[in-house]
Design a protein around this ligand. Structure first.
Ligand code: ZN
Length: 448
């Protein structure tokens, strides 16, 4: 590990530039132009080839140049041995440019070798033996990540390219070293200048690092930092980054709407839910991308589909204008058998409504309101309903055969609330009807 680190440091320091440029050679070539002579190419003090003309050598040189993955020159220039062209008898000529090229390469193994560079977003990040071995190394790293995330798709965030060319042999790494160097996270340091209103915790959140480490590293006691302070931030990072993606489905409810329908046979205060609403369902499919720490990088909608449409709620509402005042409570008959007032030595505090055949006919709410009481009983009023109206009014309906409403229920003017009966203290089927003002009975005939 230690030696790996050293080597990596060396790579970083040299910023691994491909070996470059024979420009220096050109400067030292002895210029000679004679038909009677060929030129011998001296390289590293050895005669390695002969050329008929300087241009042949230049062609070879260009061929090499074309294979150099250019970036910087200064590093390598000092390493080159000098090339000299010396005149020889033209009869001993001559090699072709490609032969010259191969000979220079053969004799330059200590300066440059043919190898393959791996580039991330156009930046050289490592050099390996050849493209095939580099691709294998990258695939192995992806496979290892797949083992850790079995049902997910693994990719590399950076755009990776491989380019074969000539590199400094010292920069060519083994696959094992390269894989560690490119994919393992190492401790990195960053100088951060604080701005107004920042704190240790906000900076920690921003860089996704621990507050403790920031405090320790920068010798800060609390949460407070001054603006324009330089803060050292330690974080872990790798050269290449895995992108782990997954397709997920999310279910979302679609809210139902409420439709209103007019009912012209009912009063305006009347309404009825004809159909209850039901929410629909929709599924969204997303591709979510994470880094190796599970941090979400992106979320893209791939598709969505309605699973079930919502069912709208339908409410019927009455449109008829409300009649003024109290309604007559028994539509079947308007016959009063016993009016409000003194009766048999006491006071009859309501009116009795009856006629032959009235038993079991409708009793309607004389005015809209809320049912205060819907009581069953065999004494006094018997089965009876009390409705509280707006203002200080309430109405009572006694001796009912059956009740159609219950306490707390809202009723509209004219709604059927009970059936005429003879329960409680009653001598025959009739409705005992009271109107109360502030709880005190008054003569209903004053109001109807
Ligand atoms: Zn009565």
């Amino acid at each position: 590990m230690n030696s790996d680190n050293k080597k990596l440091k060396k790579i970083v320091k040299n910023s691994i530039l491909p070996v470059l440029s024979f420009t220096l050679f050109l400067g030292t070539v002895c210029y000679l132009n004679s038909q009677n002579y060929g030129l011998a190419l001296e390289y590293n003090g050895e005669q390695i080839a002969t050329v008929s003309h300087e241009e042949v050598y230049e062609k070879a040189n260009h061929m090499i140049m074309d294979q150099l993955t250019a970036d910087g020159k200064s590093k390598v220039e000092s390493k080159y041995s000098q090339i000299k062209l010396v005149p020889v008898n033209s009869a001993d000529c001559c090699e072709s440019p490609s032969e010259i090229k191969n000979k220079i390469i053969e004799n330059s193994q200590d300066i440059f070798v043919e190898a393959c560079g791996i580039y991330a977003d156009d930046k050289l990040i490592g050099v390996g033996e050849n493209e095939e071995s580099l691709r294998k190394m990258v695939n192995e790293a992806i496979e290892e990540q797949k083992q850790l995330n079995p049902d997910k798709n693994i990719d590399i965030m950076e755009n990776i390219e491989f380019k074969t060319g000539f590199f400094d042999p010292d920069d060519v790494e083994s696959n094992v070293d390269l894989k560690n160097y490119l994919f393992n996270e190492t401790e990195k340091e960053l100088k951060y200048i604080t701005s107004e209103n920042e704190t240790v915790s906000s900076i920690a959140e921003k860089f996704d690092v621990s507050e403790e480490v920031i405090r320790e590293k920068n010798d800060i006691a609390g949460d407070k930092v001054m603006p324009h302070d330089i803060i050292m931030i330690m974080f872990k990072d790798s050269i290449l980054h895995f992108e782990i993606s997954q397709t997920i489905e999310e279910e979302v409810e679609i809210s139902f709407e409420t439709e209103e329908r007019a009912n012209n046979s009912q009063y305006k205060s009347w309404s009825k839910v004809v159909r209850e609403g039901e929410n629909g369902k929709e599924t969204f499919t997303y591709e979510v991308k994470y880094d190796v720490h599970g941090r979400e990088l992106s979320k893209t909608e791939l598709s969505h589909a309605v699973v079930s449409e919502p069912i709208n709620k339908i409410i019927e509402k009455g449109t008829k204008e409300e009649p003024e005042g109290f309604l007559w409570p028994v539509p079947y008959t308007h016959n009063i058998t016993s009016p409000y007032g003194p009766r048999w030595g006491t006071i009859h505090r309501g009116i009795d409504i009856a006629a032959a055949g009235v038993l079991g006919t409708d009793i309607i709410a004389s005015e809209g309101g809320v049912v205060e009481k819907a009581a069953h009983g065999s004494t006094g009023y018997g089965n009876h309903v009390v409705i509280k109206h707006a203002g200080a009014y309430s109405t009572l309906y006694g001796h009912c055969k059956e009740l159609c409403v219950s306490a707390g229920q809202k009723v509209t003017k004219g709604q059927v609330i009970a059936k005429v009966g003879s329960t409680g203290d009653s001598t025959g089927p009739h409705l005992h009807f009271e109107i109360r003002v502030n709880g005190k009975q008054d003569n209903p005939q004053k109001y109807i």
